[in-house]
Design a protein around this ligand. Structure first.
Ligand code: ZN
Length: 172
């Protein structure tokens, strides 16, 4: 089965995603399974439900080195439901991001270097976690998808946008 990712221009990427009411429901479980499958197929390090046409508050962080992100740190896949960012560092840092919904380009995006978040995990437990650096960046990127934002909305200078072809030739 192929994996259909919503591309920039699709309305679903600009909606505010709805809260998940029942984590154990068949529907929610199916969306999560589909998200995991799409992540594996596409060498992403994160995915938000709206990217596969489900406007609900689920994101997955799946950080490990792959062909699109060779320097990503290892982290166990984390399924994050109804997240809230409760604290952010004052400090922001620019770093390169790409997005499965915006193929072919990369851009430098300012993000908080440290965030404290609250969410429900796959076992229906409430979690409070602190994420830093790369993982904090992925989290903020995916969290934006739940608000109807994409990373290009956060770019400060249009010159910070480049093609993926040049990115892999010169930056990486
Ligand atoms: Zn994205």
């Amino acid at each position: 089965m192929s994996c259909h990712i919503a591309k920039l221009g699709e309305d679903v990427l600009r909606l505010e995603a709805k809260k998940v009411e029942d984590i154990k429901s068949q529907k929610t479980q199916t969306i999560i399974k589909e998200m995991l499958r799409c992540l594996k197929k596409s060498s992403g390090v994160g995915l938000a439900a709206p990217q596969i046409f489900h406007s609900c508050q689920i994101l997955i962080i799946s950080s490990h080195p792959n062909e699109r992100y060779p320097h990503a740190p290892y982290m166990e896949d984390e399924i994050i439901i109804n997240p809230i960012i409760i604290e952010t560092s004052k400090q922001k840092e620019k770093g390169w991001e790409g997005c499965l919904s915006i193929p072919g380009i990369r851009a430098q995006v300012p993000r908080h270097t440290k965030i404290k978040v609250k969410y429900t995990n796959i076992n229906n437990e409430e979690k409070i976690e602190v994420f830093e650096d790369f993982i904090a960046r992925v989290f903020q990127h995916e969290y934006d998808h739940l608000k109807g934002l994409v990373y290009l909305d956060r770019v400060e200078d249009m010159k910070d946008i480049i093609t993926e072809e040049i990115y892999f030739k010169t930056i990486d």
